[in-house]
Design a binder for this molecule. Structure first.
Ligand SMILES: *[C@@H]1O[C@H](CO)[C@@H](O)[C@H](O)[C@H]1NC(C)=O
Ligand SMILES: *[C@@H]1O[C@H](CO)[C@@H](O)[C@H](O)[C@H]1NC(C)=O
Ligand SMILES: *[C@@H]1O[C@H](CO)[C@@H](O)[C@H](O)[C@H]1NC(C)=O
Ligand SMILES: *[C@@H]1O[C@H](CO)[C@@H](O)[C@H](O)[C@H]1NC(C)=O
Length: 228
């Protein structure tokens, strides 16, 4: 009964409800909003942040404005915002606005700072196996967890606890009580880089990086690694 009432209220106001999400200091947060009306073409999309308004000027490519990254996809019909690195001053309510009508069609998200992100430096050896631990605090235990690899502005998901699938290529995920371990077999130089343990919504409308793992790959000076 209550949900029907809420549905009617949200239909009447015409805007999406305010969602509250977490981000941590020096981490990143990503908000994706689908078009409010899929059949429409929105030539003007913008993000109103607590400090300023960021207008998207291009489609199908990343645009950067200070710590904000915007991607307006007119084919998949969404607007994506990434804040990286996230700082205390970035807390507050963000509006992703579509079109020029007043009141604008929008999705509002309140971003709250949750403490700081953890950074881990790790070394792996070529041709060997390595394991990255994603250990989450109690605050995040109920959320969907994932691990991704940083690729320019975005972070490309490798595996997630959302799916029953626990391996992909050379990667496999093992659940532990406070999170999971990702193991990488046959480590190569391509595996070096920045990985993030993150949390997200099941529809990917919100993703955030919580723990940063800087993985270095070294060659072992043993004869056994020569054949890699
Ligand atoms: C879009 O263009 C305006 C005006 O040139 C500029 O101020 C703004 O920074 C641009 N937006 C982005 C995301 O680069
Ligand atoms: C990780 O390594 C970087 C340099 O590559 C260093 O600045 C940083 O302090 C190290 N962090 C930790 C937690 O050891
Ligand atoms: C995981 O983190 C918790 C605190 O959030 C800590 O008590 C525990 O020792 C950590 N476990 C591992 C295996 O790192
Ligand atoms: C990332 O940036 C590098 C150089 O800046 C570029 O060569 C590469 O194509 C970019 N990758 C993607 C996926 O855009």
């Amino acid at each position: 009964m209550k949900s029907i009432f809420l549905l009617i209220v949200s239909l009447m106001t015409g805007t999406e409800s305010l969602t509250e999400v977490n981000a941590c200091w020096e981490g990143w947060v990503e908000i994706t909003s689908k078009y409010p009306h899929e059949e429409k073409i929105y030539d003007k999309v913008q993000v109103v942040s607590p400090a300023n308004t960021i207008q998207s000027n291009q489609t199908g490519k990343w645009e950067k404005s200070d710590q904000f990254y915007l991607y307006h996809d007119t084919v998949q019909k969404y607007l994506r915002l990434i804040i990286q690195p996230f700082k205390s001053k970035d807390c507050g309510t963000y509006s992703l606005k579509f079109g020029q009508t007043t009141p604008a069609e929008k999705r509002e998200v309140k971003i709250v700072e949750k403490n700081y992100c953890t950074t881990i430096n790790q070394t792996a050896y070529r041709a060997a196996k390595t394991s990255i631990r994603c250990n989450y605090s109690d605050l995040d235990q109920s959320k969907i967890k994932f691990i991704c690899k940083a690729d320019n502005y975005t972070c490309k998901e490798i595996l997630t606890t959302q799916l029953s699938k626990r391996s992909k290529g050379k990667f496999s995920l093992t659940d532990i009580s406070s999170g999971f371990d990702l193991s990488i077999r046959q480590v190569s130089l391509n595996d070096a880089g920045v990985y993030w343990c993150g949390v997200k919504e099941k529809d990917d409308s919100y993703r955030a990086g919580i723990t940063k793992i800087q993985l270095k790959v070294k060659s072992k000076s043993f004869a056994s690694s020569v054949f890699q």
